[in-house]
Ligand binder design. Structure first.
Ligand code: SF4
Ligand code: SF4
Ligand code: FES
Length: 520
């Protein structure tokens, strides 16, 4: 360990750490562009210059290791003057596009210029102009705004292991070039948009959709696969418009894949079930919640019940559903959509996983059995309770053999519209609070990011009502209460609570993790 002083604050950090990282531990931000903790150090932008006592020249904080007894001044007049010069240099050609640039409000050039830059420009010459280039995939390159920090180049070569980007030309003609015949179609390429500190790399999908300050943000967990990448859901006027990665060293570092990014669309669907419905004289008719719950329980009672649960339901919902299965003397099953596994080579244990659902591990831990087809679980005259599943691939003859169908979900599949006795509308992941268990057995929380449509209710809330209506003792007022009940009855989750999970999650008991992992 090494002890030093940064801006008058004593810190002790591991040997070999950079001054920039050490300053973070002291709560001091050293401005930087080319440095990113997930990328190899390049030391090209010079924005991180700091004054170190007894060193003859200013030092780049990202590329200088800490030394015992060092005294570092981040905001000394000499360091500030140097960084002011760097900013003036960057702004020689950078267009002041802020009013139309998608990055406005979250641009590091804007932020540092505001904090440390000159109030005026000494340049009267016209700025360089280059056309916008389509980099393929979801990425646009606005060369005029590029400050050549090379983060995008290093991500593609060192992390994605597909070196399609490079610095072409030199001096004031330099720009980010794309290898001949290649596009940014790598399944992880969208991360260059987040990594770009300015508005030079933009998402076509998000282009002109919102300004940063119009967005509301909530921490969530991606439901695209069983990896459980930590993410932030951003909404504008209550409509989800973007998912961005939320750093978590134990799961996804700073990244997320394209499948995950695009999954926000599912949360923004407009064809939502938003009123409880009961079939009256052959037609699904709006009723109040009490009547819908009564009709649902009536349709399930006295029959052999198969409960088809979505592996994207929260642990809390699955726990209550497991109790409902027991109460109804039923059988709990789930299906998982599968796809290709696509690793991100530069990050150990990060991949778009084969299982395209967030909580298959949770479903297994909570007693649900995986089936490949719904038909394999069904017998003639069964009642089917569907919770969250889209019912794809269920044949008309399988449906015709059912004695009743009850649906608890977010959007109504055709088969449900034609056959269901009752429909209970629930919220989707970004409209409720809960936890998922990822493929390594890590339990992670997600928070509510927008309000529910109509009178749709959180899944745990609806399942609590169903449980109570079937005679099961259940009184829960918050998802945390459900979680606590689950922890007290399931050894695998022992010792966990919302507070200790925080927003980065914790693994379930080691032995159970191994079991859950093996099953996957
Ligand atoms: S495009 Fe962005 S990330 Fe890439 S070098 Fe330019 S400023 Fe840096
Ligand atoms: S790897 Fe899986 S969890 Fe992560 S962003 Fe992609 S789909 Fe989402
Ligand atoms: S952040 Fe240190 S030189 Fe760029």
């Amino acid at each position: 360990m090494v002890s030093l002083t940064i801006e008058g604050r004593p810190v002790t950090v591991p040997d070999g750490m950079s001054i920039l990282e050490a300053a973070k531990t002291a709560g001091v931000l050293v401005p930087h562009y080319c440095y990113h903790p997930g990328l190899p150090v390049a030391g090209v932008c010079r924005m991180c210059l700091v004054e170190v006592e007894k060193m003859p020249k200013l030092a780049p904080a990202c590329a200088t290791s800490v030394m015992e007894g060092q005294v570092v001044h981040v905001h000394s007049p000499k360091a500030l003057e140097a960084r002011k010069g760097v900013l003036e240099f960057l702004l020689i050609n950078h267009p002041l596009d802020c009013p139309i640039c998608d990055q406005a409000g979250e641009c590091e050039l804007q932020d540092y210029t505001f904090a440390e830059g000159r109030a005026d420009s000494r340049y009267r010459e016209p700025k360089r102009f280059n056309p916008v280039e389509d980099f393929g995939g979801d990425v646009l390159y606005v060369q005029n705004r590029c400050i050549l920090c090379t983060r995008c180049v290093r991500f593609m070569s060192d992390v994605a292991d597909e070196p399609v980007l490079n610095v072409s030309e030199r001096g004031d003609r330099a720009f980010i070039g794309k290898a001949e015949g290649h596009d940014l179609t790598n399944p992880w390429a969208g991360n260059v948009i987040d990594l770009c500190p300015v508005g030079a790399l933009l998402s076509k999908d998000f282009l002109n959709k919102a300004r940063a300050w119009e967005l509301d943000r909530a921490p969530t967990v991606c439901t695209g696969c069983s990896q459980g990448c930590n993410a932030v859901v951003e909404t504008r006027d209550n409509v989800p418009v973007r998912l961005k990665p939320r750093p978590n060293d134990a799961v996804n570092q700073y990244y997320m894949c394209e499948v995950g990014r695009q999954s926000y669309r599912e949360f923004a669907r407009r064809d939502r079930a938003d009123q409880p419905l009961v079939r009256i004289n052959g037609t699904l008719t709006e009723v109040d919640w009490e009547d819908a719950v009564t009709a649902a329980v009536g349709a399930l009672s006295g029959k052999r019940v198969v409960v088809l649960a979505s592996p994207n339901l929260s642990n809390e919902a699955l726990f209550l559903l497991e109790r409902l299965v027991a109460q109804l003397n039923g059988q709990g099953v789930f299906r998982v959509a599968r796809g290709e596994t696509v690793p991100l080579p530069g990050v150990a244990d990060l991949a778009l996983r084969e299982e395209r659902a967030a909580n298959a591990a949770g479903a297994r831990l909570l007693g649900f059995a995986e089936v490949t087809t719904v038909g394999s679980a069904l017998r003639h005259d069964d009642a089917l309770l569907v919770v969250g599943d889209a019912l794809d691939g269920v044949t008309p003859s399988e449906l015709a053999a059912l004695s009743s169908l009850v649906f608890v979900g977010t959007t109504i599949p055709t088969a449900v519209a034609e056959r269901a006795v009752a429909v209970l509308p629930i919220t989707n992941t970004v409209e409720e609070e809960g936890t998922f268990t990822n493929l390594r057995g890590r339990v992670q929380r997600f928070l509510q990011g927008r309000t529910a449509p109509g009178v749709a209710r959180p899944s745990w809330f609806v399942l609590t009502d169903l449980l109570a209506a079937t005679g099961g003792a259940a009184e829960f007022h918050l998802p945390a209460d459900v979680f606590a009940a689950m922890v007290s009855t399931h050894q695998a989750f022992a010792g966990l609570d919302y507070e200790s999970l925080g927003m980065h999650g914790l693994p379930v008991l080691a032995s159970e993790t191994a079991t859950a992992g093996a099953a996957i």
